[in-house]
Design a binder for this molecule. Structure first.
Ligand SMILES: Nc1ncnc2c1ncn2[C@@H]1O[C@H](COP(=O)(O)OP(=O)(O)OP(=O)(O)O)[C@@H](O)[C@H]1O
Ligand SMILES: [Mg+2]
Length: 251
């Protein structure tokens, strides 16, 4: 039985197209992500995964088609756009923390400036989030004093501080030393278990198997295949996906 909560579409891409000059980087993308769903996007380098993420919070414009966040079409600019962006948390490969601000300030800045939260409340929320991602003790340090894995966990806390409806992750562990990858994935697995709606671009197939409700496979700007992780990894349908997976296994 489907309850309204299960069919609540939070991210809705309808016939989205984008070109970079002659390159048709997003080709008629249709993707619906429902509340609480974890979608892992995988595919070869250059297939358009980052462009897709960037389009969803309008760091990139699209040529045609529509993108809706929680039923609202992404506005072109202005206050409405800022508000909508706050609903879409984003974590990149590089942590992008403010180098001259301490960890606590990094997390409170957005809520204070964009959401208009009072400083004491923002700090209380931020401390709870920093504890949740396991870096509470680092609150007064500068980013450079933290390991890469700790910085990425702060970046996750910073995104969560805006109380987003959906979190986008674009290869959040790709820049990390191997021993730090799992601590970041563990935070993401925790988020997924807590019901966060997530779109995750990653090469971490273990994460996909454990946390994804759905795998979306992209190649050459198209969604070539969508399946449960179980179906996708054990029985990929397309030649492109079979080829991609066979290379992953032999590497
Ligand atoms: N600003 C840009 N101008 C022109 N071409 C771009 C731009 N950004 C990306 N591209 C091209 O668009 C294609 C898709 O890029 P994108 O970064 O979305 O791929 P990706 O799937 O994220 O790849 P990767 O796995 O390497 O991160 C690539 O061919 C890339 O060279
Ligand atoms: Mg990318």
């Amino acid at each position: 039985m489907t309850s309204p909560a299960q069919t609540h579409v939070l991210v809705d891409l309808q016939s989205v197209n984008k070109h970079y000059g002659p390159l048709h980087v997003l080709q008629n993308i249709n993707l619906q992500v429902t509340k609480g769903e974890v979608v892992v996007v995988i595919g070869p380098s250059g297939s358009g995964k980052s462009t897709l993420c960037r389009a969803i919070n309008r760091l990139e414009t699209i040529d045609d088609g529509d993108i809706f966040i929680d039923g609202k079409k992404i506005p072109a600019e202005g206050k409405e756009l800022a508000r909508m962006r706050a609903d879409v948390g984003m974590v990149f490969q590089s942590f992008n923390l403010f180098a001259h601000k301490n960890i606590l300030e990094n997390v409170t800045l957005g809520p204070i400036k964009v959401r208009g939260v009072a400083k004491p409340e923002a700090e209380k929320d931020a401390m709870a989030l920093l504890e949740r991602v396991g870096v509470g003790k680092q609150a007064n340090k500068l980013p450079a004093q933290l390991s890469g894995g700790q910085q990425q966990r702060v970046a996750i806390a910073r995104a969560l501080a805006m109380k987003p409806k959906v979190m986008l992750f674009d290869e959040p562990t790709s820049a990390l030393d191997p021993e730090m990858i799992q601590e970041v994935l563990d935070v993401m697995i925790g988020l997924a278990k807590d019901g966060m709606t997530m779109i995750v671009v990653t090469h971490e197939m273990g994460f996909a198997r454990r946390a994804a409700d759905r795998v979306v496979f992209m190649a050459d700007g198209q969604i070539v295949e969508e399946a449960t992780p179980e179906q996708f990894f054990t029985n990929p349908q397309s030649t492109r996906a079979k080829d991609f997976l066979s290379k992953l296994i032999t590497n």
